[in-house]
Ligand binder design. Structure first.
Ligand code: ADP
Length: 266
């Protein structure tokens, strides 16, 4: 479980988050949603300690994140962020093996077991064929899958992902989020995912936190509760309609049509 309590952040005059509470539960997928610039990435960065705030606190399974050393943090939290490591000269296989570092003693070489785990992680993201390639030479979508494999190899009980579906074509967008769900279901992993696609959030998240542009939480709760079309229309400034097909929520967007919703529901 990851609990962020009363998290605030500002960049200069720009107050990005104001006393935001976020809780990600084991065996569940929490989605962070909201318009561009609403603070989703900032909130996630606070949750994994890349940013530290004096105004609130983050606890991982009850322990204060600040009190965990970098190694213990890396054993507990695996993070997938955009485009990291693009400048490196490593192969894909080496990149994924880095995920094993928190499990090795300082200067200890990787063991057969580490290589097996890294290979298995690459297979899970359908990237085993990329193992010998140079990481820097991959496409954005291939890199994204390799970074997810690195996170899997880390075998942390908490997985945090910042827009993991960026650069991916539709099939892989779904495969990545299906994988996150499987980890939650099979291993009880706590997952927190920044998503800008509301339909992916609808399909794959158990819980959502909807951030408002003003730094506050517009609503937090179950996916069903947060994906309220009236609230979403207000927060995103575009008319959003919700329909359900075979029990699945789908959102439809109607740009430049601020009056139709009232007309239809009148
Ligand atoms: P989101 O992920 O919802 O798009 P971000 O957390 O990336 O939002 O950004 C929130 C706000 O903080 C935006 O207005 C953004 O321009 C600003 N911001 C983000 N990172 C920085 C930074 N390093 N320096 C200054 N402002 C930043």
């Amino acid at each position: 479980m990851i609990e962020g309590r009363s998290l605030s952040w500002h960049y200069g005059e720009n107050e990005v988050l104001r006393h935001v509470d976020l809780v990600a539960h084991p065996a569940r997928v929490l989605g962070l949603i909201g318009p561009n610039g609403s603070g989703k990435t900032t909130a996630l960065r606070l949750l994994y300690g890349a940013l530290r705030t004096a105004t609130g606190e983050v606890r991982v399974d009850g322990d204060r994140l600040e009190a965990l050393g970098p190694r213990e943090t890396a054993r507990r939290l695996a993070v997938v962020v955009q485009e990291s490591g693009g400048e490196s000269s490593m192969t894909v296989g080496e990149m994924v093996l880095l995920g094993r570092a928190p499990h090795l003693a300082t200067f200890q070489r990787t063991r057969t077991e580490d290589r097996r785990i890294a290979g298995e992680a690459l297979r899970r993201v359908n990237a085993a064929h990329l193992g010998a390639r140079a990481y820097a030479g991959l496409s954005g979508g291939e890199r994204q899958r390799v970074l997810i494999a690195r996170a899997l190899a880390q075998q942390a009980s908490h997985l945090l992902l910042d827009e993991p579906t960026n650069h991916l074509d539709i099939r892989y967008q779904h495969e990545v989020l299906i994988l996150v769900r499987e980890l939650a279901a099979e291993l009880g992993t706590t997952a927190a995912v920044v998503l800008h696609d509301l339909n992916l959030a609808a399909r794959y998240c158990d819980d959502l936190v909807l951030l408002h542009g003003d730094g506050r939480v517009a609503r937090a709760g179950s996916t069903d509760d947060v994906l309220d079309p009236v609230l979403l229309t207000e927060v995103y400034g575009i008319e959003i309609e919700r329909i359900e097909v075979e029990g699945e929520i789908h959102l439809l967007f109607r740009p430049g049509d601020g009056t139709r919703h009232e007309e239809r529901t009148a």
